[in-house]
Write a protein that binds this ligand. Sequence first.
Ligand code: AMP
Ligand code: ZN
Ligand code: FE
Ligand code: FE
Length: 284
Amino acid sequence: MMFADLHLHTAFSDGTYSPEELTGHGARHGFACLALTDHDTVEGCARMGAACHAAGIEFLPASELTAEFKGTELHILGYGIDIEHPRLLSEMRRYQEVRQGRVKEMVERLNKLNIPLREEAVMAIANCRSPGRPHVARALIEIKVVRNLDEAFERFLKKGRPAWVPKFKVSADEAIALIHEAGGLAVMAHPGLVHHDSLIPDLVEAGMDGIECYHTKHPTTTVEHYLEVADQHDLLVTGGSDCHGMNKGQPLIGSIKLPYQHVEQLKERLPETNPYRKPFLRAN
Ligand code: AMP
Ligand code: ZN
Ligand code: FE
Ligand code: FE
């Protein structure tokens, strides 16, 4: 059997591994195909593509866009996108600037709570253009205000907590259209964490191509439920670990093994002109 992991993060967003390290883990688990889905950026895709090629692993460039639909935050995965597409890149630059401004605001809120966190400390830890709350959390651990990421989110960073800053989000229809314009396919990430299945028919109407059924935080019953939803709406089925690096002593990569047939179906649905439609030839 061949397997894929289509949801992975590197240090180009809030993961901790380099593209090469992540590929090494993928190779050790024997994956046939990997996709890199950093938040609001494709900066890691060229290196990850090269590392995968060298390891004889098929690679799909991708990104996880933060979007909003009828007041709910959604993450839209774009697969097989052209990572040099000018409008995709300019839109992503805009999302990244918003993320940077949001870090500044979160730090200001923490300072008002007499927590002496410096924006430069967060940005040094983030060391990327697409910073997010996990970087603020790591900086809070570093200055010993919290012991771990969970505590940082629970006390300060999650929605409704004192350092939470609402995020500018593109509407999901715009994100889907942008992904299509860049030649890719749009997939709703981890629907089991969104709790708004009622949005799915409208997302399908907006052109959404697939749904992430397999995810580390989806129990078996949730996976089965979304496989049915995918079937009902003729959606592609995807899945991945959402690995961000080391997690409680072990990286999540390897915890989800998406059967390769789903990658084949995804590739078949890519536009005719998309180079990732081509059958993949193993390097060896
Ligand atoms: P942001 O993109 O700034 O909204 O941050 C969202 C990211 O934070 C998610 O992609 C997760 O990786 C991470 N995250 C969310 N909740 C938690 C949590 N309770 N503990 C650790 N990481 C979290
Ligand atoms: Zn993340
Ligand atoms: Fe996500
Ligand atoms: Fe993710």
